[in-house]
Design a protein around this ligand. Structure first.
Ligand SMILES: [Zn+2]
Ligand SMILES: [Zn+2]
Length: 148
């Protein structure tokens, strides 16, 4: 499954003329395998042993290249560091307010909301983003332990 995603991603890069360096390969592989919406810093820390000459800025620049060709989505949260998401089709996010974990879930696209929003505002809709906030199971477990 993730091998297939990686190959499709590499083909996309080739098709758009983006050079596939070992670093780019490793960053993509990490994004696809981790599934935890890492920050550029997370990726840097995970790969610094393999690429001692790589900086956080390099990671960020590569992520920007991936974003431009549509392989990666950048999720911004105010002043907090952006999280990066390998774009495996439309999905929504469940976010833990305690530890910040982001979990994907699939739900039929909310096209009606887009149509309605466009209708009442006169805007042309490009995309939408839905995030559901709560407490993840492991944080609930921790809270339950602390309450004892
Ligand atoms: Zn949590
Ligand atoms: Zn996601």
């Amino acid at each position: 499954m993730s091998k297939m995603h990686l190959n499709i991603a590499l083909d996309t890069l080739k098709a758009t003329g983006v050079r596939i360096t070992p670093q780019r390969h490793a960053i993509l592989e990490y994004l696809i395998q981790s599934m935890n919406h890492p920050t550029a810093d997370d990726i840097y820390k995970a790969l610094e042993d393999r690429f001692p000459n790589m900086s956080v800025a390099t990671v960020y620049n590569n992520l920007r290249v991936f974003r431009e060709v549509g392989l990666v989505k950048e999720l911004t949260y105010g002043d907090a560091a952006s999280r990066f998401d390998f774009a495996t089709g439309d999905h929504y996010h469940m976010i833990c307010e305690t530890c910040g974990k982001i979990v994907d879930f699939h739900y039929p696209g909310l096209n009606e909301v887009e149509h309605f929003a466009s209708h009442v505002t006169g805007f042309t809709v490009n995309s939408h983003r839905l995030e559901v906030y709560g407490t993840c199971p492991s944080c609930m477990e921790n809270e339950a332990k602390e309450a004892l």
